[in-house]
Design a protein around this ligand. Sequence first.
Ligand code: FRU
Length: 679
Amino acid sequence: MKSKFRSLIFISSILIGLSSCNNGEVKLTNLGFEKGNFDEWTIDGDAFSISDKVYFGDNNRYYFNEGKYHVIGSLSKKGTLKSKTFKVTNTGHISFLISGSKTNDTYVGVYDAKTHNVLTKTNNLYYDEMLNTDNYLREVLDLSEFINTNVYIKVVDNSDKDYINVDDFIIDIDEDLLTELMIDKNVRLGLDTYDDMIKAANTYIKQNSYKIQAQDRFKYHVTGEIGWINDPNGFSYYNGKIHLFYQHNPYDIKWGPMHWGHVTSTDFVKWNYESVALAPDKEYDYIGAFSGSAVEFNGKYYLVYTGASDGKQVQCLAVSDNGINFTKYEGNPILDEKDLPANTSIKDFRDPKVWVKDGTAYMIVSARNSSNQYSKLLLFKSSNMYDWTYAGRVIANNSNMGEKLGIMFECPDVFELNGKSVVIVSPQSVAGHRNADSNVYIVGDLSYQTGNLENWSYESINEIDNGFDFYAPQTMEMNDGRRIMVAWMASWNRQPIYSSVGFAGAMTFPRELTLIDGHLYQNPVRELSNYYTDSYSNTFTVNANNKLFVPELDGFYQDITIEFTPNNGKTGITVFSDDNGKGMKLYYQNGRVYLERYGVTDGYYSQTELYNVTSSKTKGQSNVKIRLLLDRYSVEVFVDDGYSAITATGFPLNTQSKAYLFSDNTTNVKVIKNNIRID
Ligand code: FRU
């Protein structure tokens, strides 16, 4: 099985033009057109041109060409493309990629070089108007009865109503390569998948992500290209780029075999999809490459993650020197049961977050006691990233702390802000919690000597975000020193409603963190303002029971702030509203800001208060400021310049793009709005 993978690497080396020799007879070095020209080919007519385009159509559907260049034909023009003469050798097969070409007037032929008789020819036998029009399919022609014959290939477009695209001609094919090519053919036809799980995932994603329409996606929140995502992983800055990885099951809109998806950015707003970084392809991680982090250490880039197998969770390493392709360390795992302190279970030992301080790498990991249900955060340290020693217990919870700290900790992080240590963690199973699992921050002082967090109190523990869709936050330090946080914008006890469009789960918009008097402030990263358009500002007098629709606030992609001096009763804004006022409400009442989302969850989530109403604290100033970031299915609310936050998703219909102000008592409400446009 492994040999498949090796040969596939071999195929790609052919594709970039390294090989393609023919038993010393003639060396053909441009059978894949990787020279970016028609060198070695004779071209007639004007049907053919070299292209480096990778996708076609409006929906980012991929050609699946190999290497950089391929040959695109023309619907209205005619022509031919003829190779040099070569000898049929080895198994006698010739392979190539073909797309378009639905009729016999466009074809690839192999000709006897002496007689110029055609030995075999084919058009695109798998042409499918709906599915495969331009996706390259692989053809493998059997010329074994012509071994040792001198031949040439001719690509023919005899039609002004049809076209043919070609790429990646391969000759001199041995048995092993033939097997690989047949697999490639079947993968392209959707009949097989690659054994290499990264290649399989990348191929699946490319082949299927076009099915999700651009208008059904978030515009500036990270999601998978298709399928399920949960926790942010490996959020870091490396080699001039921001890297964000995520727990990913590309194959379904539900949690499943955990891969690490990967996006990069230079500004936290616009992201590029990269190759899937990790797949669950080892015995120690076959259930999943679970959550973890990324760190640069001595010039290399490391992913540190949890390998989950049956009843066992261990910490593992993968290394990269380009930030895109990762190799799992042969000595994995780097932490397993023998490294655990007493009374610690290997069944729940996960989510390592690594950082480097004064040349030493530190890792905080969640663990569970073997003797009872409760949890603790363990600290390990290393001088080389490979050998780790236990350094102490950062914090532990117990039966008196259930209300805030639940049972099992997940996804810890620790960082310094304003001279203090901030631990963030996601406690599972908090009884009665609207999301079942919570998210909290704890301020103290981490002692690198004892490994303990000192000077913290249970009373001062607060939720980071009081919303419905916020879990497993992770932070990174930006190269300018800012501490930035993202979280999974969903929660475990509810499937995102919008998953019906083909993807499930998103990241919050990245937030800048600051700590003032022990209180954590969070605000959207400032780079967002580079994408503002249609700025608008006005002050309205809002009267009791009047829905004051503001036409300038129509839209799904906006950054809106309302500010007012509160009165008795409620004052606020409804966004994602239809003409009748059904939408997502945000309002101030009695010192708190409330979010009510019945209007965008009905028909899906239970219409209980627990699932639909939540609130957060205001700072208690004379004015209240509520900032809302809207992106298709989500709102992130920041109260009083980031003093508190509420994140929630829903499923606004296309008709729910409006917004109105309301107030129980006459109130002057200032509105500032910017649309967010990502081209
Ligand atoms: C948190 C979590 C992590 C685990 C991952 C698996 O949401 O349960 O503890 O590593 O998800 O996908």
